[in-house]
Design a protein around this ligand. Sequence first.
Ligand code: GLC
Length: 360
Amino acid sequence: MVVFPLFFMLTITACNNIETTWTSAANPNTEANLTTETSQEPFELTQETKQPVQEATYLRGINLGNALESPPAEDWGVTIQETYFQTIREAGFNAVRIPVRFSDYTSPGPEYHIHEDFFKVVDNAVQWGLGNDLIVILDLHHFDAFKQDPQGEQEKFLAIWDQISERYQDMPPEMYFELLSEPSTNITSAFWNNALRDAITIIRETNPTRKILVNGIDYANVNALATLELPDDDNLIATFHYYEPFEFTHQGASWVSNSSNWIGTTWDGTNKEMAEIRESLDMAVEWSLLHETRVIIGEFGVNNTADPASRQAWFRSLTKEAQARGIGWFVWQFCSDFGIYDCDLSVWDEDILNTLQGLD
Ligand code: GLC
């Protein structure tokens, strides 16, 4: 077995057959506990080559969904607790993404002041994550009004980022910002490319080097990377969401009409199914190389109504293929419907966890 430091291995192109394993004690800021094996000789790219997916920290994260992403009058069944971060860290993840519905917790315009009590809840979650050695992505999630009326809500979008930037400017670099989850509906690529630039300009006034994640349009579809135009900034990371085949991952999802008809859809890792995954990930790597910008998968997951063996096979294939390309990933999600942890019983889905750890 040949063990290379991760920073070296991540300069390798997508084609190599790399196995990556990780240990539960891994420090997110070093590659020391991550060992990497390859069955092929490295390759054409060298450290001198500007390989954008190269990064000291390979992100293996999980989304703390259904907690701070619900509207004020609704409870989506997850209340963030400090112990969750410890549990996540101990299971070997090195990052969490926290989806937050800031847009429903502001005063009216033109100030759009984010409610202080809500900000305090967010502060706690961020601190708990950082305190447990996790990289924390603060993600602006479910800004549905903006997606419906991009022009009309743009001022609010920027006002929110102005306040978040100001508040967290002194946080350590392990806190990342994510501009907007899944731009969609009426947000066109032309509009989004301008809006994201304006938001980044605002953030950069107070956070000159903080990492900022950006999705493409069409619900962060991998194909939408093609229309994403980012400003010249070394601390941007592009992300996409992967839920293909949708009828498999979203079978029985309460928010997707007719999805109960899909219950029973299996995923077997056939050549065709694997080719779909590889094509999408190759496309992401190509974009990454062309734009000299790192790309990660910000969300990927399967509703827990799916057959467990299919679900596990899908997770295994996706993480293996992503890791072989140096593409970090964030499972959707910790607990509830797509969850891989049962927050009532305090137990992981051990099979999926083993798979994510590369142990099966
Ligand atoms: C997106 C949605 C979230 C949903 C997930 C899976 O993140 O915002 O509400 O649970 O995708 O469909």
